[in-house]
Write a protein that binds this ligand. Structure first.
Ligand SMILES: O=C(O)C(=O)C[C@]1(C(=O)O)C=C[C@@H](O)C=C1
Length: 393
């Protein structure tokens, strides 16, 4: 194919892509209008019956156009997830009048390009107001900036699908009066980034955040004698490599982050697990109320009395109230050797009967219990379509 023919085809593809974007934006406007109706009539945001009907119809129509059912399903799962998250954000904002700020000052670990920076951008892209990014050197600085009023929000990674809980962040939660007001998950795609066009064999020094080294331990084990240098954040690792401009040093970070530092991706998918995601929490000085039309999560911290079975007893309270626990983490209590603080994430709203009943019962059997926050759940499970209905002619 001549260069000119290729150029013509690419221009046509770009024009189609532009139309797709315009249509996606039009769809979003319509779903925002649906949210207004849901607010006015107290209707739940999620309607999985409608989603299923939509998917079945789209799969059939896609098939007629030669499109693979899995491809169509994947595509619309992403589109519907976006629509649900936007509607949830709209409802949450309306339920907290005055919460929308013209300028959101947000503290996070690292600088431009860190995973926390990317998560911050994603979370606030659905919310009104400008974003002022306040990069920090440590998690305690991130939390402190919100406590002292320099920032309105902090975005903190709390767990990762490969390396597990981020203990330093749990420990920050033990000592703060801040409330969790939101959550989000973000894919973490570790990439080897260099300042010059080089090869993996030439790399002698590798810069990254300790969490990144944990998540990429299999890749590091295969590298042999490369010196590993830990940095405060992914962005400081990328900055270091961009400043050194050497062909024997590399950083591990996201490709999008690396682009901001002019770095080249020489190898991707470095994490031990292919599906590597981090869950972030958003904290603020004021707790929020979550409308009952959207799924909520509540995070609790508690310490149980020192007797056999006391944790089981506490968890039984959740069971008796039909509350699903999505996470349980224990952390040592400073100054009290061998005593533990338990952090629990449960599905449910503090304003709703089951969580209120459970909290009342837990108060009677625990030594200490505190609600760290109740917030909209951003875990949007994709609606499944029965294979038979999807494939039926
Ligand atoms: O139809 C609705 O109720 C919508 O809110 C729109 C929509 C969609 O994006 O298609 C989004 C969320 C619901 O779970 C179902 C469908």
């Amino acid at each position: 194919m001549s260069d000119q023919a290729l150029q013509v085809l690419r221009e046509k593809i770009s024009a189609v892509d532009e139309q797709l974007l315009a249509l996606i934006s039009e769809r979003r406007t319509l779903t925002n209008d649906v949210a207004e109706t849901k607010i006015a009539h107290h209707i739940p945001v999620r309607d999985q019956k409608r989603e299923e009907q939509l998917l079945i119809s789209l799969i059939k129509k896609g098939k007629a156009l030669g499109l693979d059912p899995h491809y169509v399903t994947q595509l619309f799962h992403v589109i519907i997830e976006d629509s649900v998250l936007n509607q949830q954000a709209m409802l949450a904002e309306r339920a907290n009048p005055g919460s929308a700020l013209p300028l959101n000052r947000v503290a996070f670990l690292g600088d431009k390009g860190s995973y926390s920076y990317l998560a911050t951008q994603k979370y606030f892209s659905r919310r009104p107001g400008e974003l002022l990014e306040l990069g920090c050197q440590s998690f305690s600085e991130v939390v402190h900036k919100v406590e002292n009023g320099e920032a309105d929000y902090a975005v903190l990674p709390i767990e990762n699908t490969t390396s597990g809980s981020i203990n330093e962040v749990y420990d920050q939660l033990q000592h703060t009066e801040l409330s969790i007001i939101g959550e989000l998950t973000h894919p973490i795609r570790h990439t080897l980034l260099t300042a010059t066009t080089t090869s993996l064999e030439k790399i002698k020094t590798l810069y990254a955040h300790p969490q990144v080294f944990t998540q990429c331990s299999h890749f590091l084990a295969e590298l042999g004698n490369v010196e590993v240098k830990t940095m405060d954040s992914t962005s400081s690792a990328m900055l270091m490599v961009s400043e050194l401009q050497r062909d024997d040093v590399a950083a591990i970070g996201s490709e999008a982050g690396g682009n901001l530092y002019g770095l080249i991706a020489i190898k991707s998918n470095l994490a031990n697990q292919k599906e590597n995601h981090s869950r972030f929490i958003v904290v603020a000085r004021q707790a929020v109320s979550v409308p009952l039309q959207i799924p909520a999560k509540t995070t609790l911290v508690m310490s149980t009395v020192q007797k056999p079975g006391s944790l089981v007893e506490a968890l039984t309270v959740l069971k008796n109230n039909n509350i699903n626990m999505t996470k349980l983490e224990s952390r040592p209590m400073p100054g009290n050797p061998w005593e533990e603080m338990f952090y629990l994430d449960v599905e449910g709203n503090v304003a709703d009967g089951p969580v209120q009943n459970a909290l009342a019962a837990l108060k009677d059997i625990t030594r200490y219990i505190k609600v760290l926050g109740c917030y909209p759940s951003e875990e949007i499970s994709p609606t499944k379509v029965a294979a038979a209905s999807a494939l039926a002619e």
